[in-house]
Design a protein around this ligand. Structure first.
Ligand code: NAI
Ligand code: MG
Length: 358
């Protein structure tokens, strides 16, 4: 039979993104050899802040169409101490999400065995096993707004949130479908419709309508502020969670903190229609405080790549990688953020050994 070919654009980016992407490529090369039957064609791209500082742009002209030729995108992180964060975000990350209509950002959160408890009532996967789904193309990150009378005392700045019925509906539909696939079949829809009475009231109304198509899914509604309290005090009352772009960004970082470390939080930015490439990346950024020191936890990036393989249909390879990551944590073979003493490259070697042994 013929070998399945998958084209993977690789954007390591900046800071620890470079280190954890190198780890991930080592793992992917190993798994491809071990499992067989498929071949990953990596296109390693130099998009990032170094390029911006040298050439004035984060990516070469035509980059969106270049990326579109790939089946998937693996992304490390962007961000540079010398470049304002809104430039790196708006020149690279947000255009990818919008151009490729990666309209959901999926962030699984679970406490893995061996992870030290952050809070006493939340210390095993029985207490915290969530799937957070964040709208990824509009809402508070729509990019509409501007500044007038710049640098005068009467300067005005606007930042408009955009909620389209179609954009809200497709995200909620995806969330109900995910909830339906999980054992608890339970979804919590998070908004702030008391204060934001147009966009987020639309969000709540569309949730009511979409829910009718999923009668076997139980669901409830929360305001985002109360949601942060519920996540900490009643974590077992939650399972699948869906929310808007900004709220999802914040709640998923809280989930990452509660479930161990940002160093193991992975994410999927999906175009569920599969018309455009989806993107897989660790939740964390460039981590200026530890970059270039071989201290970053590579697990978030490696787990993201497992989800990437799953999306490509390589389920067996995905499971082997996930099991190896989980075992390494269970054995305490971890970086400092999880209380261990290992370097990035040592954790990577440990994971590779554990996956070869399976
Ligand atoms: P950050 O995620 O880079 O760092 C926050 C904290 O988490 C730091 O203490 C860092 O040391 C720690 N951390 C991050 N990754 C880690 C890892 N793999 N292992 C162990 N510890 C880790 O967030 P911050 O500091 O807000 O942003 C730094 C830069 O990264 C900024 O330029 C920001 O815009 C950018 N950023 C980029 C993202 C992306 O590329 N998707 C996401 C978040 C931030
Ligand atoms: Mg974030």
């Amino acid at each position: 039979s013929s070998i399945r070919q998958h084209k993977v654009a690789v954007i390591a980016g900046d800071g620890v993104g470079i280190e954890v992407t190198a780890s991930t490529l080592d793992v992917l090369r190993t798994i491809q050899k071990k499992v067989g039957g498929f071949e990953l064609k990596f296109d390693e791209l130099d998009y990032g802040s170094a390029r911006y500082k040298a050439k004035g742009s984060y990516a070469p002209e035509g980059w969106v169409e270049d990326l579109r030729k790939n089946d998937v995108i693996f992304f490390g992180a962007v961000g540079d101490p010398e470049v304002p964060d809104h430039i790196s975000l708006w020149d690279l990350i947000l255009p990818m999400r919008q151009n490729f209509q990666q309209y959901v950002n999926v962030r699984p959160s679970k406490i893995l065995p061996g992870i030290p408890a952050r809070i006493t009532n939340i210390n095993s996967h029985k207490d915290l096993d969530w799937l957070i789904i964040r709208e990824n193309t509009e809402g508070e990150y729509s990019g509409q707004g501007g500044r007038t009378h710049k640098n005068t005392p009467w300067e005005i700045a606007t930042e408009t949130s955009i909620f389209t019925r179609k954009g809200v509906e497709r995200c909620l539909r995806f969330a109900f479908e995910q909830a339906q696939k999980r054992p608890k079949k339970f979804l919590t829809v998070v908004s702030k419709s008391n204060a934001q009475r147009y966009g987020l009231v639309l969000w709540d109304e569309v949730a009511e309508i979409v829910s009718k198509d999923y009668p076997d899914v139980k669901w409830d509604k929360m305001l985002v502020d109360a949601m942060t309290v519920r996540m900490v005090t009643k974590p077992t009352s939650l399972d699948t969670i869906v929310t808007t772009n900004l709220h999802g960004d914040i709640l998923s970082d809280l989930a990452a903190g509660l479930s161990g470390s940002i160093g193991i939080a992975h994410s999927l930015s999906l175009d569920p229609t599969r018309k455009s490439p989806s993107l897989f990346e660790p939740v964390h950024g460039a981590a200026f405080d530890i970059m270039g020191k071989n201290l970053a936890n590579p697990i978030a990036a490696i787990m993201s790549s497992a989800e990437m393989l799953r999306w490509l249909g390589e389920e067996k390879a995905a499971q082997i990688i996930e099991k190896a990551c989980e075992k390494s944590i269970e054995k305490g073979q971890t970086t400092g953020d999880l209380g261990g003493k290992l370097k990035t490259t040592e954790v990577t070697e440990a994971v590779i050994k554990l996956l070869e042994d399976q």
